[in-house]
Structures are given as structure tokens and as C-alpha cells.
Design a protein around this ligand. Structure first.
Ligand code: GDP
Length: 494
């Protein structure tokens, strides 16, 4: 009767083509099954191999996860410092504890990367509570938990840093672990340690970077517990390894959809955040003819940059995403025919500042669009600056990333993981606005460019190709790993 927003999708699509496991209690996590009904863009189909690998991985998480005998045994091995599980080097279950930090976008990219690495290496993924994944998202694995339980034996693990003696890089540097010329690991001890810390942060050393090498992956495979810290999307680095290549090709025949699938598999906003998303969507976006998402990343404190506003309007106009307005006062106003009125376009602005939104909204209210269209401009929140460790702030950030991902087209700020996550969830290749260097630099020309793929950029990648000492950049190692457009030294899948 027109009073109900109709939303139905086939069961197959509800599970995103088999990406999601069936059998969860729907009421405990509405977003898992409802999100498909909010997307006009259905997203990409997962490969059959990815679907079966996910089911296998879920079984592994259940078999070895917290609460199982295998988990207790593994924790005991870690506590006693001795590899357990019978034959040295092949313990029953192996684990990856993922730690990350910084903003939500960074943490989501890091978690998705850790998940892919865990799948590739058959490790149980456990996320550290400091990632706050459990406060924002539903449990992704059926009948188990991905949250590292209290009582983890490495009491100081949250302080692990580039200086930690047990980091893989430091163990190589200090010859605790050696790799001989033939790529064969030897250990100064009789056996490899029961755990290693993998430091993949922006300050990581040349030794830490050997993580992205095949010889080193062979060593790491035999270490039961890995504790990994990163704030990055390390996936392009995994594509540099020959050892993972065949499996990655089978999992992701459509290479640029890696994060798209990982994110839609892992990140289901909890019911509270789903409420924020759906109430906003239904009130302001649902009936629009088209939704244009514009993410304006304000780095540092509150900024009001007229040049960035100019960049937004030039970009959306040049790329035919939004109409120009008639600013000539003499131009007669032509009202739309009452019967033939077309639905408005909706612009969703997300930013820490409300200034851009206020300006855009006034522009489309005070002036007619040259095309005769109506343009509504909306912004859910303006938090002014980035807060750390605040639940309601993170919930809003999460809701806004998700709302952006429900757009039909996306304009993002380069260099921002917040935008990377939105584009990946959406399955959209955005138009990217490059960052003006400072207030006196001119508006970039062109103001924005269509990105080369929907994949996030790995912002602090390794610089050299392992012990070969070749540059790992610009397709020199593998052609589908290229430098990013927005961050020239970054790497991304194309
Ligand atoms: P990045 O710093 O742009 O790479 O993105 P992150 O998500 O890692 O960190 C930025 C953090 O600042 C977010 O997680 C939010 O906490 C906050 N933030 C930045 N932009 C916005 C925005 O448009 N809306 C909201 N609600 N928060 C934002």
C-alpha cells in the first residue's frame, strides 16, 4: 500500500551467495540476515572454494576454540613454554591472536587481514578485546567465540612492541632462529619456541618484514601460537608470497574482491548499531532515487577548509555525481510539475566536522540545481575530533561506515581507512579525493579520480622482496600488486 518499505530477498542472497553460514539465531544479530535487503548493489558472488574454505574454517574454530580440550592443552603448552600436542612442530591446533589499535577503520582492516592469514595457515583466529570487535559486531563463527578469553598466559602481550625479544624479527636478528642459505630454518634451541610475536606495525624493522617471505612462513607454520599486531591491511603483502598464491587464486578468482568478501563475512553490526543504521537509513535515505556517499576525512582537529569544499563540488560535478546549481540571480525558478515530481537524490556526508554538510545543504536549498533535481543532504553525526576508547563514538563511526556502504556511488578521502572499509563493504570502486597537503596548497587537479579497485591500500608495506633485495613495489614481484594512487608507497590489489 505504499506505507511499507518492502524488503525481501531470496534465501540464497540473504546468505550472500553462501558466504554466510546458516543456523545463527536471527534475533541475536539482525544485521547478518537483513543487510542484503538494504543494498541495491547485491555485491559480488563468493567462489565455491571460498565458501567451502569458510565452512572448514568455522569447523576449525569450533574444534580448537575457547572451551575445548584442545584449547586448554594449547594454553597449557604456552604457559609451560613447551610445544604440545604430540609430535613437535605439528601441534593439534594452532592459533593467531590478533591485536590492533587506532581508529575503527584501521582495526577492521587489521582484523580482516588477520582472518585471511588465519585461514591460509589453518590457525584459529582470536581477537584481542582491545580491538573492540566484540563491542561492535556479532560473533562471526557459529557456536564458538572469536574473542580471546581472559587468562591468556602471556600476561604482558598487550605491551608487545618492536623491542619485544620474542618477536619473530628480533629472534631472527638475535639468531634465536636462523634461516640458512637454502631457506631451511634452524634453531639455537632444540625446537622452535611455542610462540612468536609478529610485529607488523608502521615502525617494523627489516627483520620483522621477513614475515612476507616464503622461507619465514615455513618457520612460522611450526610455531603453535602467533600474536600479531598490525594496524594495516596487510593482504597485498600476502599476495607477494609464492606459497599462498595458488590458494589465494582459488579463493579469490576475482582478486579485487578480497576485502569485500572478508568484510561482509566478518563484520555484522550488533543490534544496537544496526538500529542506528536502519533508523537513519529509513528516515533519510530509503526513498531517494540515488544515494551519493561523501566521506570527508578531517585529519587532526576540526578543520574548515574552503578548498576541500571546492574539491567536493568540483569532483561531484565533473564526474556527474551531483548537479551544478544555478547561481545567477536573474535565472527564473522553474518548479517541477506537481505530477511529474521526481524523487530527490540523497547525499550522505560523513565527517568529523559539520561544516561541509552545512555548506552543501545550503547550496542545494538556496539554489536550484541546473538539472531541476532536488538534492537532500544528510549527516548523521559530527564528532569534531577522533575519540579513543569511547563506546558511543565508535558505535557512531561504525554506523556511519556502514551507512556509507549503502550508497549507490561513493566519494572518499584518500589515505583514510574509514573510507576503505565503506567501499569494501559496498563493493564499490570510489572516486577518491586526494589530500591537499596543507591550507595553502591548491585544490588538486583533477579534484578526484576513480580508484583502480575497491581494495584497501596497504599503507606501510615491506620495501624489499625478502632476501632477494628486489623492490617489492609497482608490480615488480607480481603484476596485480601495484602502488596505490592515494598513497604512492602503499600497495594494493588491482
Ligand atoms: P582513518 O584514520 O581515516 O584511516 O580511519 P579510522 O577509522 O582508522 O580512524 C578515524 C576515526 O576517527 C574513526 O574510527 C572515528 O572514530 C573517527 N572518525 C573519522 N571520520 C569520521 C566520520 O566521518 N564519522 C564519525 N562518526 N567518526 C569519524
Amino acid at each position: 500500500d505504499g506505507s511499507v518499505l518492502h524488503r525481501t530477498v531470496a534465501a540464497h542472497d540473504k546468505l550472500l551467495g553462501g558466504l554466510l553460514a546458516d543456523g545463527f539465531d536471527e534475533r541475536s544479530c539482525h544485521s547478518r540476515y537483513q543487510s542484503a535487503t538494504y543494498r541495491r548493489n547485491a555485491g559480488r558472488e563468493p567462489s565455491p572454494h571460498l565458501v567451502s574454505k569458510l565452512r572448514q574454517h568455522e569447523a576449525l574454530q569450533r574444534r580448537c576454540g575457547p572451551g575445548t580440550v584442545a584449547y586448554s592443552n594449547a594454553v597449557e603448552s604456552l604457559r609451560s613454554g613447551k610445544s604440545g600436542g604430540g609430535v613437535i612442530g605439528s601441534p593439534e591446533c594452532r592459533y593467531l591472536v590478533s591485536m590492533s589499535y587506532r581508529g575503527l577503520g584501521n582495526r577492521m582492516l587489521a582484523t580482516a587481514s588477520a582472518f585471511l592469514y588465519a585461514m591460509l595457515t589453518d590457525r584459529v583466529l582470536l581477537v584481542d578485546p582491545s580491538n573492540e570487535m566484540d563491542e561492535l559486531f556479532c560473533e562471526p563463527f557459529p557456536d564458538t567465540t572469536w574473542v580471546l578469553p581472559p587468562g591468556f598466559p602471556l600476561t604482558n602481550y598487550t605491551d608487545f612492541s618492536v623491542r619485544t625479544a620474542e618477536s619473530y624479527g628480533n629472534m631472527l636478528k638475535n639468531n634465536v632462529i636462523k634461516i640458512d642459505a637454502g631457506g631451511v630454518p634452524t634453531s639455537t634451541h632444540q625446537q622452535l619456541p611455542v610462540f612468536a610475536y609478529v610485529h607488523l606495525d608502521h615502525d617494523y624493522t627489516v627483520h620483522d618484514k621477513y614475515f612476507f617471505c616464503d622461507d619465514d612462513q615455513r618457520v612460522l607454520r611450526d610455531i603453535q601460537w602467533l600474536v600479531m599486531r598490525t594496524d594495516c591491511y596487510i593482504v597485498p603483502g600476502l599476495f607477494l608470497l609464492t606459497g599462498f598464491r595458488d590458494e589465494l587464486d582459488m579463493l579469490f578468482p576475482e582478486r579485487v574482491t578480497v576485502f569485500h568478501h572478508l568484510a561482509r563475512y566478518l563484520f555484522h553490526p550488533n543490534n544496537h548499531i544496526w538500529g542506528l543504521i536502519t533508523r537513519y537509513y529509513d528516515a533519510y535515505l530509503a526513498t531517494a532515487r540515488q544515494r551519493v556517499g561523501i566521506q570527508v576525512r578531517v585529519f587532526g582537529s576540526r578543520q574548515e577548509l574552503p578548498k576541500v569544499l571546492e574539491q567536493i563540488t568540483a569532483c561531484t560535478h565533473n564526474e556527474n555525481l551531483l548537479p551544478d546549481v544555478i547561481t545567477d540571480d536573474g535565472e527564473p525558478f522553474v518548479a517541477q510539475e506537481p505530477h511529474g515530481r521526481i524523487k530527490p537524490k540523497a547525499v550522505l556526508v560523513t565527517s568529523l566536522s559539520s561544516w561541509y554538510y552545512e555548506k552543501l545543504k545550503s547550496m542545494y536549498w538556496e539554489h536550484a540545481a541546473s538539472t531541476g533535481e532536488t538534492v537532500g543532504v544528510h549527516q548523521p553525526s559530527h564528532e569534531e575530533y577522533q575519540h579513543f576508547g569511547s563506546g558511543s563514538h565508535d558505535a557512531k563511526a561504525c554506523a556511519e561506515i556502514y551507512l556509507l556502504s549503502l550508497s549507490d556511488v561513493l566519494v572518499t578521502s584518500g589515505w583514510s581507512t574509514f573510507g576503505y572499509v565503506a567501499q569494501g563493504l559496498a563493493g564499490l570502486t570510489p572516486w577518491v579525493m586526494y589530500k591537499p597537503w596543507n591550507e595553502s596548497s591548491p585544490v588538486p587537479d583533477p579534484p578526484c579520480r576513480r580508484d583502480v579497485s575497491m581494495e584497501p591500500c596497504f599503507l606501510s608495506p615491506p620495501y624489499s622482496d625478502c632476501r632477494m633485495k628486489r623492490s617489492a613495489h609497482s608490480g615488480k614481484v607480481v603484476p596485480h600488486v601495484q602502488n596505490c594512487e592515494d598513497v604512492p608507497w602503499g600497495l594494493k590489489l588491482v
